[in-house]
Write a protein that binds this ligand. Structure first.
Ligand SMILES: [Zn+2]
Length: 253
């Protein structure tokens, strides 16, 4: 409550009081203005942050998307762990762009039980299998893996006619070699009859495919093994029953 002249004994006191009161009111005004300005700055900062967020989101949603060839990425990932020096990296990335034209790439759908998507720890062996279903084609076997209720798959299927289908990226698990799925590349080979012997065309393609993989993963012929060597399963049948044929195959690599 503001005091009046009557409340003071002399005019000087009253004037002093009035001066102090004016100063007090001015200070109050300044304080309120400062407070308003601070609040406005806070609000503005908040608005700028929201706007930046919206812009970032819009760019992410509607901006130019990077279309990277999945095949190249998968191969690059598979090739890179071995790369230590810059020269190695360049070589690996150059290699990564090459899938020989004689390989048909037709990956199993992502999310299928036979494609876990798990990444290989490395590639320590190449495991050879036979499909065990005489007369079936590479496509039929690949499509079999791709069924929603299939839990088997391999990286490659080699047809009786010698053509090669790639069913999985080289850095992912296949579901073929039991406890060795985590560090192996698997190849299933089609065959004409119950002996499980490979046709000449399949055999030649298999040699070509394994040679390519051995070079890519820096492996020796002795790193090429049979499913039999993993679990004792009679697979690939003919090359378990005929040890000499298996030794000859490795010699042909
Ligand atoms: Zn097998």
């Amino acid at each position: 409550m503001e005091k009046r002249r009557e409340d003071f004994d002399n005019y000087e006191d009253y004037e002093n009081y009035r001066r102090r009161r004016r100063e007090y009111i001015i200070r109050q005004k300044v304080a309120r203005r400062k407070k308003r300005i601070r609040r406005r700055i806070r609000l503005l900062t908040f608005e700028i942050l929201i706007l930046a967020g919206v812009v970032l989101l819009a760019v992410k949603l509607f901006g130019p998307s990077k279309t990277v060839d999945k095949r190249e990425v998968a191969l690059y990932d598979a090739a890179v762990p071995a790369a230590n020096t810059t020269a190695d990296k360049i070589e690996a990335s150059q290699k990564s762009t090459e899938i020989p034209e004689w390989i048909v790439v037709n990956y199993i759908d992502e999310g299928n039980p036979s494609r876990s998507g798990l990444k290989l720890d490395g590639v320590n062996n190449i495991v050879i299998h036979y499909v065990g279903n005489p007369g079936t084609t590479a496509e039929q076997n690949r499509n079999f893996y791709n069924q929603p209720d299939s839990n088997v798959s391999s990286h490659f299927v080699v047809g009786i006619d010698g053509h090669v289908i790639m069913c999985l990226p080289l850095d992912e698990y296949s579901a073929a070699s039991n406890h060795r799925n985590h560090d192996t590349i698997s190849i299933e080979v089609c065959h004409e009859d119950t002996t499980g012997e490979f046709s000449d065309e399949a055999y030649d393609s298999l040699v070509k495919l394994v040679d390519w993989l051995m070079e890519r993963f820096d492996l020796e012929a002795d790193d090429v093994i049979r499913h039999y060597d993993v679990t004792g399963k009679m697979c690939p049948l003919y090359y378990v029953e005929h040890e000499d044929a298996w030794e000859q195959f490795k010699a042909d690599l």
